[in-house]
Design a protein around this ligand. Sequence first.
Ligand SMILES: O=C(O)c1ccccc1NCC(=O)[C@H](O)[C@H](O)COP(=O)(O)O
Length: 205
Amino acid sequence: MKVKICGLKTVEAALHAAHEGADALGFVFARSKRQIYAEQAREIIQELPEGIWKVGVFVNETPEKIAEIAEIAGLTHIQLHGEEETSLYRKQGKEVIKSVSIKTEEDIDRIRQIEADYILLDSPPGHYKGGNGTKFNWELAAGLEVRNRVILAGGLNPENVKTAIQTVHPFMVDVSSGVETEGEKDLAKISVFIREAKGTREDEK
Ligand SMILES: O=C(O)c1ccccc1NCC(=O)[C@H](O)[C@H](O)COP(=O)(O)O
């Protein structure tokens, strides 16, 4: 199972996640308690190993602004969390992850029309467009046939990630709040989350 740790703001936490086996790290450039800026992200990203995805998270930002930030920071992937027309963002030579809020069966049906390399299933927005630590009904996504493009997010934590994987069978799991303590990334929780996700046998249930 592949793992993305999102909302990183320090070199220490990013390097820890990378060393523990994370496959992707997310940097939030949208309005959020986890927001960072291009130069800060560059300071972190330049310390990271080559193969790990460096994902920039954006909400309704223009393609031009995203291209500028991606260049400064050294991003490899673009994650769109607003109402963006994804086709406009796919011309930059970077893979695009589109987040979709899941509330009903219709939200699952909508996924088939989305032009993106990966679909991130998340809970409906709370205070921010993402990263609110709430889960949705995973059973809604249990029958999805595009699982090799699905990233499961929303309220995951070290205790529930195993059940989440065995229900949805995603390509990747994504977490932010569930590996934090008092609003800061918790290195021990990152380690346990990655170990649980990567140690899960999908056919065990
Ligand atoms: O994390 C944020 O603060 C954020 C703010 C605005 C848009 C997106 C944001 N995060 C995107 C993510 O990929 C999160 O990891 C995902 O929503 C899951 O978060 P959580 O439920 O806290 O694990």
